[in-house]
Design a protein around this ligand. Structure first.
Ligand code: PDD
Length: 286
């Protein structure tokens, strides 16, 4: 089925959206991206996602193509073209900025004009209460994981390993400590205390992660941003992963061993209810 995408100032059917084979996104993976959930036509935590996009752009020396207001206008128009407001259609909004077209040369040509692409797809529906299984893998990625770069080969390989093992996600370990999932952030619960690794170059500052930390703290559920050892992960009562598309999902099996009782935990249940209440309260959705 055809749908409308945004490419460099134009809204057009996906099959008409074409870019050059010399685009540096294609030859070097030279670009950054965002994925934002859209609930009933409302772009969830848009400002936070756009600010993170700007941080990613600044870090890799790509000029910001638009102001926040311009982005907002473009994205709202794209969402409207794909569903219209209040249709009940939840979407996943993908947006990508590459450095643009140049001869294949690693060195950056500052005259290059960015390529800007965005599309909306239906947000996959998950039965979160069923939980997922995960495996532990060595974090083989680079030192700048706080940048949301389109250069995702290690993550693709890690996800493949997870799927090969019959699991959904790979939880990554670097020097004995948990960093994050291949495409998610990680939380553990031990004796009623929720923990997630602190934000540094080893993980993406997840928008969902930050919101979960904020909501738990507001609700009086103890939540700490602290380093988590692999051994703590293995002994956790509960493990959750979070992302814009997954929200909060309980991990019920780790490397084929049950996590806690082997069923989604009580603290996850509480966190999930708080998150859903926040999400559906449209006054919170900007
Ligand atoms: N990924 N860590 C990594 C490595 C991720 O790729 C993602 C999200 C997250 C969670 O971040 P957020 O809560 O802001 O979605 C953490 C997206 C969904 C993706 O690549 O499709």
């Amino acid at each position: 089925m055809s749908y409308i995408v945004y490419l460099n100032g134009q809204y057009l059917p996906i099959e008409d959206a074409k870019i050059s084979v010399l685009d540096r996104g294609f030859t070097f993976g030279d670009g950054v991206y965002e994925v934002i959930p859209v609930y009933k036509g409302h772009i969830f935590r848009m400002r936070e996602h756009l600010e993170r996009l700007n941080n990613s752009l600044d870090e890799v020396y790509i000029d910001r193509p638009y102001t926040l207001e311009q982005w907002q206008e473009i994205l709202c128009k794209l969402v409207e073209k794909n569903s219209g407001k209040n249709t009940g259609n939840d979407l996943s909004l993908y947006m990508q900025v590459t450095r643009g077209i140049s001869e294949r040369d690693h060195a950056i040509d500052i005259a290059t004009k960015q390529t800007v692409f965005a599309m909306c797809r239906p947000l996959p529906e998950y039965d979160r209460s069923a939980g997922i299984s995960a495996i532990i893998e060595e974090d083989i990625r680079w030192k700048y994981c706080h940048i949301k770069a389109i250069t995702l080969l290690p993550s693709v390989m890690l996800r493949h390993k997870a799927r090969d093992a019959g699991a959904t996600e790979a939880i990554l370990v670097k020097d004995g400590y948990i960093t994050e999932g291949a495409a998610s952030n990680v939380f553990i619960v031990k004796n009623g205390i929720v923990k997630t690794p602190p934000k540094d170059g080893s993980l993406l500052p997840g928008i969902t992660r930050d919101l979960v930390v904020e909501l738990l703290t507001e609700s009086g559920i103890p939540c700490e941003e602290v380093a988590i050892k692999e051994t703590e992960l293995k002994q956790a009562d509960e493990i959750w992963i979070t992302s814009s598309t997954w929200e909060i999902v309980p991990v019920i099996s780790l490397d084929n061993n049950p996590v806690g009782t082997g069923r989604p935990g009580e603290v996850w249940q509480q966190a999930s209810e708080i998150y859903q209440a926040f999400k559906t309260d449209m006054t919170n959705v900007v």
